[in-house]
Write a protein that binds this ligand. Structure first.
Ligand code: HEM
Length: 418
């Protein structure tokens, strides 16, 4: 399908990647992409560092797959805007409002989708409020939550770690940090997980999510407490209820789904790769190394950091057009063959947290949560193993995340702690 262009773009430049016309365009959705995204990235490298892709049926975007070019976009807010109201194909109806990718890309007045002073104000409120979280209390809470979950699965001798551990732990942590009662928390996670899948259920999931955040905002206006939600409300930025809801959605979105995927992708690596499995048997736990490796090779947000060129311009020799979405493939940029081993090994220059003004403001806590989750599990279930061969594990579909669909394991049963 050829994307119609607004009148003042009557003669579309042939090499504008998002307008690759009838040429075969790599699809970042469907079972094939989910099963082997690296094969897609490898094919895409033939285009250079910017390539045309389809992220949902009929939804075109440019994908940045080169590391240096990714940094160029992420660090040039004067050339590339985060504001999705610039997305022409959505504004003119070429992309329908009910497209499965819209909930993850549409404008909301939050830190993720704003530029300049608006962004600074919203991000400032978030970083100040997250900064008030006591790191020791966070660690204790993650340990306690992990122990509670391991107590539940331990006597059974088998578990699906995705549903019974990785998905629940970030939720327990979020509920604690944000002062969220469990019933409201369930709605938040059901909604958020639905929109990350970017499928036909996204719109309904969006509605469930909106209901959950509105409940939380109303609760904290009535009864503030020592929690991030209440600190955000009390921040001098003076967020309105609507702004509060939108910041909570983004905090929940980035605070639970990617967190779950970091935990599960880390466990998958630790349980399947001989380099790590050998160490586990010897009683050492190279959890930090496994986390680093996942952040390089299987980052939880695989293709995101959406930007819109402010004007038509060249990006590493490719023309990118005003108002066409550019996604950064954090996964492909990290594995760019042009990135020398020296820049890759042992440092944390990967882009899993993105970079530039919108870089994740919670890298520290997010890493602590993942490390404690992995260490606790391996410590209490040292003989844990995958129940099926690693290559049989399935991945959830969708262009944005790198997310397992399940993580079945077995282990010698243990009794609950007393
Ligand atoms: C493993 C877990 C996490 C990963 C992999 C991750 C990754 C990311 C990435 C890639 C972005 C940039 C997105 C973009 O530019 O489009 C981002 C932004 C953000 N993250 Fe994280 N994140 C994680 C956990 C968290 C947690 C726990 C929180 C807070 C509770 C958080 C809060 C945020 C916020 C507020 C932004 C938007 C910042 C802005 O636009 O200025 N993240 N995160």
């Amino acid at each position: 399908m050829t994307t119609p262009r607004p009148a003042h773009h009557a003669a579309p430049p042939l090499d504008c990647p998002a307008h690759a016309g009838a040429r075969t365009v790599e699809r970042l959705y469907g079972p094939e992409f989910a099963a082997d995204p690296m094969a897609s990235y490898t094919r895409l490298r033939a285009h250079g560092s910017v390539a045309p892709v389809e992220i949902a049926p009929g939804v075109r975007a440019s994908l940045v797959i080169g590391y240096d070019t990714a940094l160029e976009v992420l660090r040039s807010p004067e050339r590339f805007s985060k504001d999705p109201r610039r997305w022409r194909a959505l504004a003119d109806g070429t992309v329908p409002a009910d497209s499965p990718v819209v909930p993850m890309m549409a404008y909301r007045p939050n830190a993720l989708w704003t530029d300049g002073d608006d962004h600074s104000r919203l991000r400032g409120a978030i970083t100040d409020s997250l900064g008030r979280v006591d790191p020791d209390a966070l660690m204790r809470h993650v340990e306690h939550s992990a122990d509670t979950l391991i107590d539940r699965i331990g006597p059974k001798g088998r578990a699906d770690l995705l549903h019974e551990y990785g998905a629940v732990l970030p939720l327990l942590v979020f509920n604690e940090l944000f002062g969220c009662p469990p019933a409201t928390g369930d709605k938040l996670v059901e909604g958020m997980s639905g929109i990350f899948d970017a499928d036909a259920g996204s719109e309904k999931a969006n509605a469930v999510l909106a209901e959950g955040v509105a409940e939380l905002v109303a609760l904290k206006r009535a009864e503030p407490g020592p929690d991030v939600t209440s600190w955000l409300m009390a921040h001098p930025a003076g967020l309105t209820d609507e702004e509060m809801s939108h910041q909570l959605v983004v905090l929940l979105g980035v605070g639970t789904e990617p967190q779950l995927n970091l935990i599960c992708n880390g466990l998958r690596l630790l349980l399947s790769d001989d380099r790590f499995a050998g160490d586990l048997a010897r009683g050492t736990m190279p959890v930090e190394d496994a986390i680093d490796e996942v952040l390089w090779t299987d980052p939880p947000m695989a293709n995101y950091a959406v930007h819109y060129p402010i004007h038509d311009q060249e990006l590493d020799g490719t023309l990118v057009c005003e108002g066409e979405p550019i996604l950064i493939s954090l996964a492909a940029a990290n594995t760019d063959p042009g990135l020398s081993g020296e820049r890759r090994t042992g440092n944390r220059a990967h882009l899993a947290w993105s970079a530039g003004p919108h870089t994740c403001p919670a890298k520290g806590p997010a890493r602590v949560i993942a490390a404690v989750a992995l260490e606790k599990l391996l410590d209490r279930l040292p003989n844990i193993e995958l129940e099926i061969p690693v290559e049989k594990l399935e991945w959830r579909q969708g262009p944005f995340h790198r997310a397992l669909a399940g993580l079945p394991v077995r282990f010698p049963p243990i009794s609950r702690r007393v």
